[in-house]
Design a protein around this ligand. Structure first.
Ligand code: ADP
Ligand code: MG
Length: 257
C-alpha cells in the first residue's frame, strides 16, 4: 500500500513543483515505484518529467470531472519506476465546476484508491492556492510536505495553510499528518537565509528536514529540458540534496497499516 504525500503551500514560487518532480524522481531512482500526480493547471510537473502536452489523451481534469479512470490518464516517463498523471490548462475550470459536483472534496482520493497498491509513493503537486484542488490533495494524502522558501516573509501564510490542514483533519481526513517542512532556495551567501532557517526550526522543530535545498542554477534549468535534476545533472549540488531529501523521506517510514 503506497504512501501518498501532498506537496503544498498556497504561495507560488516556493519550490512545490521542483520538489514534487525531484523528490519523485529520486525516490524512483532509489528503487521505489512512484506516481506523480499533477494538480496544477500550469502543468509544470507534467512537463518537468518530460511529458509532451500534445501526447496527453486524458488528464487529471478528466479523472476528477468526467469520471475517467485514473489508470487511463496515467502515463509512464523516461525515468524507470516513475509514472505521472498529467495536468493541462483544462484543469483551470475544475475549481468552478467542482463546486456543483457531488462529493467534490473526495474525488481525487476515490480516483487514486485503486492505484495505491501499484506504488510505494504517490506524490501530489498542488497548485498555489488553498482551493478545492488543494483540499482534494490533502484529503487524498497520508501526509503533507510543506516547502518553505528561505526569504524574509518565509512564515507568512503558513498559519493559513496549517489551519486548512486542521480543517481537513477535522472534516475529511483525520489521519492526515505533517510529513515535513522543507527549506528551499537557500542562498548561503546571505545571513538572511540562516536567520530564516532558525526561525522556521523554532516554529516547526524536528519537522524540518536536515536537507536544505540551495539555490542552484542547474535546478532552475532542468525543467526546460523536461528532466529531473537527477538525470539532467546528477553531479550537481541540487541533485545531491534532493537525493538526501528522498532518503530522509524514506527514513520517515512508509504508510502504516
Ligand atoms: P511552485 O511550484 O511553488 O510555484 P517552482 O518549483 O515552480 O515553485 O519554483 C519556482 C521557480 O523557481 C521555477 O522557475 C523553478 O525552476 C525555480 N526554482 C525552484 N527551486 C529552485 C532552486 N532550488 N534553485 C534555483 N531555482 C529554483
Ligand atoms: Mg508549481
Amino acid at each position: 500500500m503506497g504512501k501518498t504525500i501532498a506537496i503544498a503551500n498556497q504561495k507560488g514560487g516556493v519550490g512545490k513543483t521542483t520538489t514534487s518532480v525531484n523528490l519523485s524522481a529520486c525516490l524512483a531512482t532509489l528503487g521505489k515505484r512512484v506516481l506523480l500526480v499533477d494538480t496544477d493547471p500550469q502543468g509544470n510537473a507534467t512537463s518537468g518529467v518530460g511529458i509532451n502536452k500534445a501526447d496527453i489523451n486524458a488528464c487529471i481534469y478528466n479523472v476528477l470531472i468526467d469520471d475517467v479512470d485514473a489508470e487511463d490518464a496515467r502515463v509512464s516517463t523516461n525515468i524507470e519506476n516513475l509514472d505521472v498523471i498529467p495536468a493541462t490548462i483544462q484543469l483551470a475550470g475544475a475549481e468552478i465546476e467542482l463546486v456543483t459536483t457531488i462529493s467534490r472534496e473526495v474525488r481525487l482520493k476515490k480516483a487514486l484508491e485503486d492505484m495505491k497498491d501499484d506504488y510505494d509513493y504517490i506524490i501530489i503537486d498542488c497548485p498555489p492556492s488553498l482551493g478545492i484542488m488543494t483540499i482534494n490533495a490533502l484529503t487524498a494524502s497520508d501526509s503533507v510536505l510543506i516547502p518553505v522558501q528561505c526569504e524574509f516573509y518565509a512564515l507568512e501564510g503558513l498559519s493559513q495553510l496549517l489551519n486548512t490542514v486542521r480543517l481537513v483533519q477535522k472534516h475529511l481526513n483525520k489521519d492526515l499528518m505533517i510529513e515535513g517542512v522543507l527549506l528551499t532556495m537557500l542562498d548561503a551567501r546571505t545571513n538572511l537565509g540562516l536567520q530564516v532557517i532558525e526561525e522556521v526550526k523554532k516554529y516547526f522543530q524536528d519537522k524540518v528536514y536536515n536537507s536544505i535545498i540551495p539555490r542552484n542554477v542547474r535546478l532552475g534549468e532542468a525543467p526546460s529540458h523536461g528532466k529531473p535534476i537527477i538525470t539532467y545533472d546528477p553531479k550537481s549540488r541540487g541533485a545531491e540534496v534532493y537525493l538526501d531529501l528522498a532518503k530522509e523521506v524514506l527514513a520517515n517510514g512508509e504508510r502504516v497499516g
